[in-house]
Ligand binder design. Sequence first.
Ligand SMILES: Cc1cc2nc3c(=O)[nH]c(=O)nc-3n(C[C@H](O)[C@H](O)[C@H](O)COP(=O)(O)OP(=O)(O)OC[C@H]3O[C@@H](n4cnc5c(N)ncnc54)[C@H](O)[C@@H]3O)c2cc1C
Length: 301
Amino acid sequence: MLEKLLSDAGVDFKRGVRLSDISSFRIGGEADYMLFPDTAEKLVSSLRAIKTCGIPFAVVGNTSNVLFSDDGFGGAVITTKKISDIRFDGKRVFCGGGAMLPVISRRAAENSLSGLEFACGIPATLGGAVFMNAGAHGNELSDILKKSTVYDIEKDKIVELSADELGFSYRHSILADNPNLVCLDATLELSRGDTDEIKAKMKEFSDKRRSSQPLDKPSAGSFFKRPEGYFAAKLIDDCGLKGYSVGGAAVSDKHAGFIVNLGGATCADVLTLAEYVSRRVFDETGIKLEREVRLIPSPKE
Ligand SMILES: Cc1cc2nc3c(=O)[nH]c(=O)nc-3n(C[C@H](O)[C@H](O)[C@H](O)COP(=O)(O)OP(=O)(O)OC[C@H]3O[C@@H](n4cnc5c(N)ncnc54)[C@H](O)[C@@H]3O)c2cc1C
């Protein structure tokens, strides 16, 4: 039934996809289905079909902040990556939910628009960045987001939400509290700038990232959120945990906030390591580290 509904709606899909082949962490068992809608309309049709069939689903972007289970996913994983249109209208940029931040950032620079320099190295889709309120170098997506079109699966309604309505805070938006809301697109508002200056800033940020982050190893970026008033990486480093490993997962020896896959890491390795790191940091400093990376399927927390 699902396959017929998807074919009727013109949605590409594959059966039995190994999530370790597509995830940024290179971890995860097999998903029953992987869906590749290439327009917002097809994304909505996919979600309607899944609801009709009553099967579990997960919407992902570039998977750069998720950890898939070793058991895989008994249902449909939908990736938005093909919904990648980007259109400029004066200082405003309209982006599909699967448009990649580094691409939008580069295109903005070419159009002499400033405000997205901070995002040039964040390997996120716009939808994933809205969900997480992604940020770097003292800026975050909520600084430049005007509005986002969201599909409410439960109500079967498309709604436009303003930045205020998206309830942004540090690495959080209301999408994280409501699995029924799926980001279809967003409009950003940038300011006029000088292309050379914008590109220089982007180069500075990229160089900084390359010199401080383990970009050559699979990961999901910073594993823990920044505890108020502290840096997770410094706390972990101060506990002597750089390089500490469990199975194929290790605390990066380049950036202690990253857990990296050295090869063959499992979800269980990562979670055991993360639990050990949190416990050691708590025992030695009294500070609780909170996971930034999202588990799929999501656990009952
Ligand atoms: C090397 C590296 C560096 C990183 N640097 C940074 C950084 O500097 N700053 C930062 O903030 N993050 C950083 N990250 C983490 C990550 O890029 C961000 O959290 C990003 O916002 C995730 O976007 P994504 O498209 O990959 O989302 P995914 O990882 O695919 O999904 C993240 C969450 O968003 C949900 N989601 C995705 N798309 C949608 C949608 N359209 N509608 C509803 N829900 C959706 C998913 O269900 C999931 O819960 C880094 C990651 C890596 C690997």
